[in-house]
Design a binder for this molecule. Sequence first.
Ligand code: B12
Length: 294
Amino acid sequence: MADIKGFTTIEVARLCRVSDATVKRWEEAGLLKSERTSGGHRRFRAEEVVRFQREQGLGLKQNHGDESVTKTTNRARDKKIRSDFSVSSFFQTLVDGGEESAANAFITAHLEGRPLTEIIDRIVCPAMQTVGELWYQGEISITQEHLATRTVISAIYKLRNALPVPEMKNGLAVCCAMEGDLHELPTLLAQIAIENEGVEVINFGASTPLYCLADEAARHSPNFICVSAAIINDLERLSRDFQDFREKTAKLEIPILLGGRVFEDEHLRRRFKSEFYARSFTDVAEFVRNLYKN
Ligand code: B12
């Protein structure tokens, strides 16, 4: 039987800022559940550590967005993230289907007080970029790429379950990927980043035709619509469809937030005009906060 991939006693002690002996006492008192490896060592599942920390009010360091953090702290944190998550080993975890290890890595980052969007922008995206580059160079197979995507999606759901449930006080958003775009991860990440700001989200997922999206906008009256595009197949048709879509949403006074690697191209940003372009998921969170500030 494979050993459990939970935290060791020392790791839990570090995350909770207490001694190893305290962690053992909590475990012996039945407050914090552990499992044993075949060698008899304690292992604590990430979800259990999050539950315990929350119940005991052990106060996670929470940074909401980057604006409250100085540039120096950011640089120090970047350096730490780079060393903790050497992209080579983390991307390998995904390619190997290490769902629990990946979830543990995300949850650890959360327990260390890193904002959700930082975990997405600095851990998830670079790892998937490496997967994409290696696939492009023929160094990993399409099946490995698929497994990496499934793994990261499952781990992201586990992270989402570990996050404090936000108070949904900020209305509704709709998100999806453009028609013909089969990449489902960017919209899932956008959904989670938006929900984390207290906005309910209806996520229509990959390849959503824009005329259907306009109907949904009229039906649900969301506060904004987030459309992502990793790839555009038929530029002429899609830009015409987008123009129609934008006229309809403008009448409904619903702002559009666009994101995705397609819009890194300035020429395409000019063809797909929107109220806001997000270059990162940190940008998405900032957009949401600004929207509700007014
Ligand atoms: C997994 C994957 C797939 C899977 C998707 C499975 C699934 N269920 O989702 C499958 C196998 C379907 C696939 C298919 C294809 N893929 Co693909 N795929 C990827 C991969 C490895 C990860 C995609 C991902 O989820 N990334 C996570 C996102 C969030 O990161 P990102 O794309 O780097 O985005 C950055 C920004 O643009 C921004 N961002 C991105 N999206 C959003 C959205 C919002 C709202 C915001 C705010 C920001 C934002 O944040 C990131 C940080 O900078 C990427 C590699 C990569 N670099 O990402 C290639 C990649 C996107 N695919 C690529 C290609 C070429 C294809 C195919 C054409 C391959 C083929 N010949 O069939 C098809 C197209 C299918 C289609 N019609 O959509 C290219 C795109 C190149 C381009 N745009 O010019 C990439 C970059 C790989 C590469 N290096 O060449 N793919």
